[in-house]
Design a protein around this ligand. Structure first.
Ligand SMILES: [Ca+2]
Ligand SMILES: [Ca+2]
Length: 180
C-alpha cells in the first residue's frame, strides 16, 4: 500500500459534466454496480464520477475498510486518444506515512513511472450515490481532450478469502468515454 502525505477532500465544483449510463444488474452485487459515469473536463481539473446502484460508503463500509484488501475505484485516462491509458487514478484506502492508520486517498500515477505523480481529491454524495474524483489538469497534461475508463472493484475477501471482487466497468470493458 503506497503512503500518502496529504489529501485534499474538496472536489472543484463541476461545471456541466457529461453523463453516460451504464447497464444495471450487469454484475452480481448491487454495491458494485455502476449505473452512471460522468466526466467534467472544464476548468482546472478533470472530475470523474460514478454513480452506484447501492452506495457502499467508502468512509464506513466494511469492504472498503478492510485493511488487507480494500475495495477501490480505478480510473484510466487516455490523454492523446491513442487508446492506451496514460494515467491511472486510484481511489483507495492508503496508509498515512509510516503509521498503521489508513485514510481514503486519490492517488495519481503515470503509466510510465512507478512513483506517485500527485494526489487528487474526492467527494462523496451518499444520497445521490455518487463518488467523484478530481485530478488537477496540471498533474496530467494532455494533448487532446481526455477520455476515461472506470473500474469499480468491490472486494469481499474479508467475508471469505475465496470470494473474488465484484467488478464493474464503465463504459463496458475496453471502451473509452470521451466526455464533453
Ligand atoms: Ca453496471
Ligand atoms: Ca494514450
Amino acid at each position: 500500500m503506497a503512503s500518502v502525505v496529504a489529501v485534499a477532500h474538496a472536489v472543484p465544483a463541476a461545471a456541466v459534466p457529461v453523463v453516460s449510463n451504464d447497464g444495471t444488474q450487469d454484475v452480481g452485487d448491487r454495491r458494485a454496480d455502476i449505473s452512471s459515469l460522468s466526466l467534467d473536463q472544464d476548468g482546472v481539473a478533470v472530475v470523474v464520477g460514478v454513480r452506484m446502484v447501492e452506495f457502499a460508503d467508502p468512509r464506513t463500509d466494511f469492504f472498503w475498510r478492510n485493511p488487507r484488501a480494500s475495495s477501490l475505484v480505478e480510473v484510466k485516462i487516455d490523454r492523446d486518444r491513442d487508446n492506451k491509458p496514460d494515467y491511472i487514478v486510484d481511489f483507495v484506502r492508503a496508509q498515512v506515512g509510516k503509521t498503521t492508520t489508513t485514510t481514503l486517498a486519490v492517488q495519481v500515477f503515470s503509466t510510465t513511472a512507478i512513483a506517485m505523480r500527485c494526489t487528487g481529491s474526492y467527494s462523496l454524495d451518499a444520497r445521490g450515490g455518487w463518488i467523484r474524483l478530481g485530478v488537477p489538469k496540471s498533474c496530467i497534461p494532455a494533448t487532446a481532450p481526455y477520455r476515461v475508463q472506470v473500474m469499480y472493484s468491490f472486494n469481499r475477501s474479508a467475508e471469505r478469502p475465496t470470494l473474488s471482487p465484484v467488478v464493474d466497468f464503465a463504459p463496458d470493458f475496453g471502451r473509452w468515454f470521451p466526455g464533453p
